[in-house]
Design a protein around this ligand. Structure first.
Ligand code: ADP
Ligand code: MG
Length: 313
């Protein structure tokens, strides 16, 4: 079923973080007003200690020290926004400007280009951490290959800020980009595309804040290596090495398999039908019947073996 749907894919929708980009953020700058840079980073790493989001992992790596989880309580992750927690009994929030506004705190904008993690400590704005990600080595080529494989439209959906999203989309030449989306907005965007699509729609993601879309699309493709268990569960196709170039390869494999299937069906039924007619007219003998049965089966199996060769695609 999935091979058949995949072979008809005309729209490919991507998540950004962890799918087109590596999902490994570097800390570029720390802007602080109340406490030292180290302390701000420590609060961020502790508050993020329970999350599996690529941003959390990166902040923990940037902090670089052993995290004492017993100092952190009341952790709450708000998908597409960030996290709130209590560190040593003090409330800490780390996330985007949506999270700050939700908490009634006015974030200070930053002139740096990058994903900005605003921090609030003890109910007051405490600064922000600017992080950035790099696109995967094969992302651009992957988009071009999809076009060559007959995909009509490529779309990128992300929860990240507009500036970063537009920059990545421009670099990769995707046709359409939508940013600052919550998980539910991603579903709404995919539903809008599905409603005026003439062909199947594939969604590619890592399952962090996009598992609902993975199951909503006609075909869900997940990152197997860095993706979440939820993604692998919700997806129909899993890329074991997270290489987006494999999407066009999967489409080509599916088309080749289906072509072989149809060739075999037409061939087998054709020969059998011909033998039936010839038999009824008294022309076909026992040997023709054996060929129509076993011979056709062997030829069909030999033809199917061609599906093993995919490197020349
Ligand atoms: P994407 O669609 O690019 O995969 P997400 O939907 O996962 O992005 O997240 C969108 C935005 O929400 C992030 O860019 C970040 O600003 C914020 N965010 C989400 N989770 C976290 C977190 N654990 N810590 C801090 N910020 C977060
Ligand atoms: Mg994501």
């Amino acid at each position: 079923n999935y091979l058949e749907t995949l072979s008809q894919a005309r729209y490919v929708v991507f998540d950004k973080t962890g799918t087109l980009t590596r999902g490994v953020f570097e800390v570029n700058a720390v802007h602080h007003n109340k406490m030292s840079q180290e302390q701000l980073l420590e609060y961020a790493a502790l508050a993020e200690s329970a999350s599996s989001h690529p941003i959390s992992k990166s902040l923990q790596r940037a902090y670089g020290q052993e995290i004492d989880r017993s100092r952190v309580t009341d952790i709450q992750e708000i998908s597409g926004n960030g996290v709130t927690a209590k560190v040593d009994g003090i409330s800490v929030a780390a996330g985007n400007d949506k999270l700050m506004r939700r908490l009634g705190i006015e974030p200070i904008p930053c002139h740096h280009v990058g994903t900005i993690i605003h921090m609030a400590v003890d109910g007051a704005y405490a600064g922000h951490i600017v992080i950035s990600d790099v696109v995967k080595e094969h992302s651009k080529e992957a988009i071009q290959e999809l076009k060559r494989a007959g995909v009509k439209q490529t779309v990128m959906l992300t929860g990240d800020i507009r500036r970063v999203a537009d920059h990545v989309a421009g670099e990769l030449c995707v046709d359409e980009v939508h940013s600052e989306l919550l998980p539910a907005d991603k579903v709404a965007q995919v539903e809008r595309l599905l409603s005026n699509a003439d062909g199947k729609l594939a969604f590619v993601g890592d399952g962090i804040n996009d598992a609902p879309v993975l199951s909503r699309a006609d075909i869900g493709i997940a990152m197997g290596a860095m993706g979440s268990d939820a993604a692998i569960e919700a997806a129909d196709v899993v890329l074991m090495d997270d290489d987006p170039l494999k999407i066009s390869k999967a489409i080509r494999i599916s088309r080749k398999c289906l072509r072989i299937v149809y060739e075999n069906i037409v061939f087998a039924l054709g020969i059998k039908g011909l033998c039936l007619v010839l038999g009824a007219m008294g022309i076909a003998n026992m040997w023709a019947a054996i060929f129509a049965d076993v011979g056709v089966m062997v030829i069909a199996v030999l033809n199917a073996i061609r599906a093993l060769r995919v490197d020349n695609l």
